[in-house]
Design a protein around this ligand. Structure first.
Ligand code: MG
Length: 126
């Protein structure tokens, strides 16, 4: 489904483990994790830009939250059009609208099922 690296970003180690397990059940094993937006930007710059296929990011995180992270990614040339899926506990309509305006391609509210994650991923990468 995705042959490039999927970067997932969440400050909770438990949530990172859940996301990684879900991705592996979906068949996505080429992954890299980061614990906040700042860490994610560092990981992105370490990877060759052509090797990143998708970003999955939390919203509420210390150091740099998902909102700030998405804003920077959308302003940075090689990553401008990279598919971004936001996975967050923030399920209010205003939050979803804000995220869409920021330029995320998909939105998943925690807790999620593997099937929901899979269908959201399919929506944005196909
Ligand atoms: Mg968080």
């Amino acid at each position: 489904m995705i042959d490039k690296t999927v970067l997932y970003v969440d400050d909770s180690p438990t949530m990172r483990r859940i996301i990684q397990n879900a991705l592996s059940r979906i068949g996505i094993t080429n992954t890299i994790e980061a614990e906040n937006g700042k860490d994610a930007l560092a990981k992105l710059s370490e990877l060759a830009e052509s090797n990143v296929g998708m970003i999955i990011t939390d919203w509420n995180m210390p150091e740099m939250n998902g909102e700030e992270f998405v804003r920077v990614v959308r302003e940075t040339e090689p990553y401008k059009n990279l598919p971004i899926l936001m996975v967050t506990t923030r399920g209010m309509k205003d939050d979803v609208m804000t995220a869409i305006k920021l330029g995320v391609n998909g939105y998943v509210v925690k807790p999620f099922t593997v099937d929901v994650l899979k269908s959201k991923i399919m929506d944005i990468v196909s």
